[in-house]
Design a protein around this ligand. Structure first.
Ligand code: GMT
Length: 374
């Protein structure tokens, strides 16, 4: 198949997922054309069968806000025609779905049929998409897409409850590539981070408010009150300076390392004992899945799709959003009990294996075939 993938090029979950999906499709022999405003973060190599098309947005003095959606739709029209694409798979509804539908309508006038598959990822539904000025366009583009997928049952439910949607939504979960994400022997690194065998807690995110990174620090403070430990914070974003200042207020700075954006996350996860994800909302929680694939149990909130990924009392524990006491109590329960920790590590890996890339890839391909057949 010749597939166009429209995505955000940043380190965010939807962009990472879309890039990995495209790479996997290409390795199965499909021709994949990525369309975005920048080179996607994990697409920095050459591979036959993978193409990247940059959307450039012409500037004009009249524009206070450059019309990205128009430029994106125009680019899609161009690439569908020149590369003879058979379908467009857009990741994150805003503005990718409506731009794809605009391209589809333009192409229809020329007798070209191009199905649009829209994957809803999370904040496009639970947060920003609900804004009154976006909602009608998001509802319309979900209803008009040929196939719509959501990354969890929870996100599917949220879509029906927040939007005027009257069509089927398929649940296709996030996936993990075990060729990359598995526990690596990194003893030298562990020794450098925790020379006296301190337990290592890890959090990864884009440091937006929705991730509640402050809760990560609060939980860590409570753990530190009972035992020596280290906290590794991976990622960067708007809340970073607030978190640094909270780190000073809580007197945890000597035990916390801000690692910034990291490419080889699996190597860092390999030295982890516990992963913290206390998000306000989380449609799936790809970061938790990546940790579990590296045999790291998870303490998370019970928001959104997290209970579908992190199984209470098996792969980790869940608590209400903001309940840092409960999260710290459960963290200590595991960190102070070697046998339990070992058992939870094994369960975390087994649960991650249910989201193996190879099985989820097949689900997308089946949906592509269905869209092409209609
Ligand atoms: O929250 C992020 O890290 C970014 C966001 C995105 O769309 O780029 O991630 C969302 O999509 C991921 C991939 O499907 C999910 O695993 C995340 O749970 C989801 N984030 C939220 O719902 C907050």
């Amino acid at each position: 198949m010749r597939i166009g993938i429209v995505l955000y090029p940043t380190f965010g979950g939807s962009g990472v997922l879309a890039t990995e999906l495209g790479k996997a499709l290409a390795s199965e022999g499909h021709e994949v054309h990525f369309i975005s405003y920048n080179q996607p973060a994990r697409l920095d190599f050459f591979s036959p069968g993978i193409f990247y098309h940059e959307v450039s947005i012409p500037q004009y003095p009249l524009f206070e806000y450059a019309p990205y959606e128009t430029a994106l739709a125009g680019k899609m029209v161009d690439i569908v025609k020149s590369a003879h694409l058979q379908l467009l798979h857009v990741h994150y509804a805003i503005p990718h779905a409506s731009a794809a539908l605009m391209a589809k309508a333009i192409l229809a006038l020329e007798g070209i049929r191009i199905p649009v598959i829209t994957t809803l990822h999370g904040t496009d539904i639970t947060l920003v998409g609900r804004e009154a000025s976006y909602e009608p366009v998001v509802s319309w583009s979900i209803n008009q897409s040929d196939v719509v997928t959501a990354v969890s049952k929870s996100l599917k439910r949220d879509t029906y409850s927040h939007f005027h949607v009257n069509r089927d939504i398929e649940v296709v979960p996030n996936f993990i590539d075990f060729d990359r994400f598995s526990k690596k022997p990194k003893d030298h690194f562990k020794k450098a981070i925790s020379p006296n065998g301190e337990k290592v807690l890890i959090h990864t995110s884009n440091f937006r408010k929705v991730k509640r990174v402050g809760d990560v620090l609060q939980v860590f403070r409570k753990v530190l009150d009972k035992m020596p430990a280290r906290l590794l914070l991976i990622g960067d974003g708007p809340e970073r300076s607030n978190i640094e200042s909270l780190c000073r207020d809580l007197q945890t700075c000597d035990q916390v390392s801000f690692l910034g954006k990291q490419e080889a996350i699996e190597e860092i996860l390999s030295i982890g004992d516990l992963f913290l994800l206390p998000s306000q909302t989380e449609s799936f929680g790809l970061a938790a899945l990546e940790a579990m694939a590296c045999e790291v149990p998870v303490i998370s909130s019970n928001a959104g799709g997290l209970p579908e990924v992190n199984i209470e009392g098996e792969t980790g524990f869940l608590a209400d959003v903001g309940d840092v006491d409960q999260m710290a109590e459960k963290a200590l329960y595991l960190l102070q009990n070697e046998d339990k920790l070992k058992q939870f590590r094994a369960h975390a890996l087994a649960q991650a294996q249910r989201f193996d890339l190879n099985s989820v890839l097949g689900q997308y391909v089946t949906l592509y075939e269905k869209a092409l057949a209609e």
